[in-house]
Design a protein around this ligand. Structure first.
Ligand SMILES: *[C@@H]1O[C@H](CO)[C@@H](O)[C@H](O)[C@H]1NC(C)=O
Ligand SMILES: *[C@@H]1O[C@H](CO)[C@@H](O)[C@H](O)[C@H]1NC(C)=O
Length: 440
């Protein structure tokens, strides 16, 4: 649909939108929460092949279930690894080689039983090493350690190794191969598994014999992920309020008919912004030889009020005093507090009028210095002899990089006026790096 719309009306616009689309997908990676989960299989002689196969079956089931892992507002990138241990450790699938679930599961299926003494400490230290080598410290790191709880007498302490793993932000679940019973023989085993697991133990110690194991474990992962993701993506994902000012050219060259198309476009963007984001404030500034604040940022208007005000904007029809308009837009942001993302969208079809006392080069530079991110939508036929100059002017007004901030179209009728992929896309660009990107 995106391509059909575009090729029918404005091929050049499309190619720049398309380029942006690719760029934005690249930037979106910053908003992805990486989830790295390692299954650790007890392959020691006490386990025997029946319990060994049962662990593999659990991995097959649970890895399939994990593909349903979703967190609202986040894109997860899930990678799995598998390691088995007895007196030696064998990494059967590491994170780096992750391709897809099929490949992972075929490696798990191919795992063969080792059957020597049990040294869970080595499993944990080797696992920690794999995490440190192959995953980002800000990712969500999870170990699912299966064990019968009794190590070889000469084995160093697994609890110490686990403590170190936790320092590297690895969340450890222990899955006991037998039931968790309270008889005197298994009490110390339970205590040990609780010390290996992350706190609190009731959320991190499970049993392979539990018929609800899969659901319980899954719920545990889901219920904590939100917080962990916030932490892992850090400031990039932190939601900051957005203030957006439209700066709309209403000069003679626009013409009253096109001016109505501009209103449709602005209102379509406002619609999309409000559904995508609750905490944005919107201002509207109209200009020609004078400027007119249609909606100020302080007004706290509802979406419908803003759209009605846009609809009622008068056509001014004189010079293009872009320099003064940018200056005025900058003033509108004066009351914006720290941590507010300030965005201006300038929509114009002509070069700045030399009669304007304010030079657009200066006012644009000042606006950039004040931290206002400027987008420009410029309308001019490519065959126009002034096109090159116009383009250069748009590049001066817009923030860097220009490829992300300047959109040039041939004619006003190429402005999308309804909710379509381009509108959704432009909103996405404006919200990018700020927070949730549910619509992209
Ligand atoms: C990994 O496991 C092996 C046993 O296979 C052990 O000798 C080695 O010390 C472990 N590596 C680390 C870093 O713990
Ligand atoms: C651009 O101008 C040329 C020449 O005046 C005209 O033929 C063409 O249709 C115009 N293109 C658009 C998209 O308005």
């Amino acid at each position: 649909m995106f391509f059909i719309w575009a090729s029918a009306s404005a091929p050049s616009f499309v190619s720049s939108w398309y380029r942006m689309l690719l760029l934005s997908f690249a930037s979106c990676l910053a908003l992805i929460c990486p989830v790295e989960i390692m299954f650790i299989v007890d392959s020691s002689e006490k386990v025997k092949s029946l319990l060994f196969e049962r662990q593999k079956q659990f991995i097959m089931r649970f890895s399939t279930k994990l593909t349903q892992l979703h967190l609202t507002g986040w894109r997860l990138r899930l990678r799995l690894a598998a390691l088995q241990y007895s007196s030696t450790v064998s990494v059967e699938h590491n994170f780096r080689d992750w391709q897809d679930l099929d490949v992972f599961q075929s490696r798990v299926t191919a795992m063969t039983f080792i059957g020597h003494g049990s040294y869970s400490v080595y499993a944990i230290t080797n696992a920690t090493q794999v995490f440190r080598r192959e995953t980002s410290s800000s990712s969500l790191r999870v170990v699912l350690l299966m064990t019968d709880g009794t190590d070889h007498p000469r084995s160093p302490s697994a609890v110490m190794a686990a403590a170190e793993a936790k320092q590297h932000n690895i969340r450890i679940f222990t899955i006991m191969l037998s039931g968790l019973s309270s008889d005197p023989v298994s009490l110390p085993i339970g205590a040990k598994l609780r010390s290996i697991a992350s706190p609190p133990p009731q959320q991190h110690v499970f049993s392979l014999t539990d018929s609800h194991l899969d659901d319980r474990l899954f719920n545990e992962l889901v219920s904590h992920d939100g917080q962990t993701c916030n932490r892992c993506c850090g400031l990039k994902c932190k939601e900051s309020p957005l203030e957006l000012v439209f700066v709309i050219d209403s000069s003679e060259s626009v013409g009253p008919g096109n001016f109505e198309l501009v209103k449709d476009f602005v209102n379509a963007l406002i619609d999309q912004l409000s559904v995508s984001r609750t905490a944005s404030r919107i201002g509207v500034l109209l200009y020609s030889h004078v400027d007119m604040v249609v909606v100020s940022l302080q007004q706290q208007s509802s979406q419908d009020d803003i759209k009605a005000a846009v609809r009622k904007m008068p056509y001014l029809g004189e010079g293009t005093f872009t320099g003064s308009a940018i200056h005025r837009a900058k003033q509108l942001f004066h009351a914006s507090g720290p941590g507010v993302r300030k965005v201006a969208v300038v929509l114009t079809d002509g070069q700045a009028d030399p009669r304007d006392v304010m030079q657009f080069e200066e006012t644009a530079t000042e606006a950039h210095a004040k931290g206002i991110e400027m987008f420009v939508i410029g309308v001019m036929n490519k065959t126009d002899p002034l096109y090159k100059d116009f383009q250069a002017e748009m590049n001066v007004i817009a923030s860097d990089p220009n490829e992300e901030h300047v959109y040039l179209i041939d004619e006003f009728s190429a402005l999308p006026s309804k909710k379509n992929n381009v509108i959704i896309f432009l909103t996405g660009i404006m919200l990018l790096t700020v927070g949730r990107l549910g619509m992209l």
